[in-house]
Ligand binder design. Structure first.
Ligand code: NAP
Length: 306
C-alpha cells in the first residue's frame, strides 16, 4: 500500500484509525492535492501543539450516488472533518445542516462533525477573495467584476462578491439558461434589494455601457485543457484591471496567456485553493493554520504530478 492510498466506500466497513481523521471526497480524486496540503499543515501545527500529531487527512473516491451512505459511514467511523470536491458540493447540501453564510450559495465544501451528523460550510469564496487580494493585489470591494461561469464555483464567487460589496457583477456564461438562473438566484433570493447591481453581459450583443476596469474571474472549467476555447475574448472588452482564473492546473490557462500577452495582471487559482483549505482547517482545529506550509506543499505536489 502506498503512503497516500485512494480509499473507497468499502474501506469504511473495516476502518480503524486511532487519531483524528479528516478526508476529502471526490469523484475522481486522484489528482487532488488536498491530502499533501493538509498533512503538511498538520505536521507544522504538531510542532506547536502535540494534539495535532494524531490528526491525519485521507482521500476517498466516492461516486455521487454513494455520498449519503458515505457521510453516514464516515460519521460512524468517527471522522471529524470532510472536504467535498467535484461533484459533491451541491449534492451534500441536502444531507447536512448548513451554516448561514453557505445557505445562499447552495453548495458546501467543508463539513464539521456534530453529535448527530455534519454541519456544512463553504470556504471557496473566502479563498477566492484572499487569492485575488494576495496574488492580484486587488480588492473585490468597490470593483466591477466580470464573472464567467454559472456552476457551483461561480455561485460561490458571486455571493462572495456581494459579501465584499463589489460595485457591479456582470454575468457571462456559455449557456444562457444557467446564466439566467444564476441571475435570478442572486437578485431574487440571495440579495433581494441589498446587494450589488447584477447585469447580464451578452458577448454577442455587447451593451452600450460596459464595465470599467473590471476584474475578470474565470469560474468555468474552460482552460483545464490547453486546447479548450477561451471562455471570453479579452480583446472584445474594455481592458481589465486584472484576470483571475480559478483553474490552477495548468498553471497558465489560455485565458491567462492571452491576458499576459496584453500586459494585464494575472493570477491562477492556487491561492484560492490554499486559502479555502486553510479556512477549512481553521474551522476544524480552531487553531492558527500555517498557510505558507500549505502553499509549499501544493507547489511540490503539482511538480510531482507534472
Ligand atoms: P461546474 O459546476 O461543472 O460548472 C462548470 C462551468 O463551466 C459552467 O458554467 C459551464 O458552462 C462552464 N464551461 C464548461 N466548459 C466550458 C467551455 N468549454 N467553454 C465555456 N464554458 C464552459 O464546475 P464548478 O464546480 O463551478 O468549477 C468550475 C471551475 O472552477 C473548475 O475548473 C474548478 O476546477 C474550478 N475551481 C477551483 C477552485 C480552487 O480552489 N482554485 C475551487 C472551486 C472550483 P455551461 O453552463 O454552459 O455548461
Amino acid at each position: 500500500m502506498s503512503a497516500d492510498p485512494i480509499h473507497t466506500l468499502a474501506d469504511l466497513d473495516t476502518w480503524s484509525f486511532p487519531g483524528t481523521a479528516l478526508a476529502v471526497l471526490g469523484h475522481p480524486i486522484k489528482h487532488s492535492v488536498s491530502p499533501p496540503m493538509h498533512n503538511a499543515a498538520l505536521a507544522e501545527m504538531a510542532k506547536r501543539d502535540a494534539r495535532f500529531a494524531t490528526w491525519k487527512y485521507f482521500r476517498f473516491d466516492i461516486a455521487p450516488d454513494d455520498l449519503p451512505v458515505a457521510l453516514g459511514k464516515l460519521h460512524a467511523c468517527n471522522f471529524y472533518g470532510i472536504n467535498l470536491t467535484v461533484p459533491h458540493k451541491i449534492i451534500a447540501f441536502e444531507h447536512v445542516t448548513i451554516d448561514a453564510d453557505a445557505r445562499p450559495i447552495g453548495a458546501v465544501n467543508t463539513l464539521r462533525r456534530t453529535p448527530t451528523g455534519w454541519h456544512g460550510y463553504n470556504t471557496d469564496g473566502y479563498g477566492l477573495a484572499t487569492g485575488i487580494r494576495e496574488d492580484l493585489g486587488m480588492e473585490l470591494a468597490g470593483a466591477e467584476v466580470i464573472l464567467i461561469g454559472a456552476g457551483g464555483a461561480a455561485r460561490g464567487a458571486a455571493v462572495e462578491c456581494g459579501a465584499q460589496k463589489c460595485k457591479m457583477i456582470w454575468l457571462v456564461n456559455r449557456t444562457a439558461e444557467t446564466r439566467d438562473q444564476l441571475y435570478r438566484m442572486l437578485v431574487e433570493t440571495a440579495w433581494a434589494s441589498n446587494g450589488p447591481t447584477v447585469q447580464i453581459l451578452d458577448l454577442k450583443d455587447l451593451p452600450k455601457i460596459l464595465p470599467k476596469d473590471p476584474i475578470v474571474i474565470n469560474a468555468t472549467s474552460a482552460g483545464l485543457k490547453l486546447s479548450d476555447p477561451l471562455p471570453i475574448d479579452l480583446i472584445a472588452l474594455p481592458r481589465p484591471a486584472g484576470v483571475y482564473d480559478m483553474i490552477y492546473n495548468p498553471l497558465e490557462t489560455p485565458l491567462l496567456a492571452q491576458a499576459r500577452s496584453l500586459g494585464i495582471p494575472t493570477a491562477n487559482g492556487l491561492g484560492m485553493l490554499v486559502h479555502q483549505g486553510a479556512r477549512a482547517l481553521q474551522i476544524w482545529s480552531g487553531a492558527a493554520v500555517p498557510v505558507d506550509a500549505m502553499r509549499a506543499a501544493v507547489h511540490s505536489a503539482m511538480k510531482a504530478h507534472a
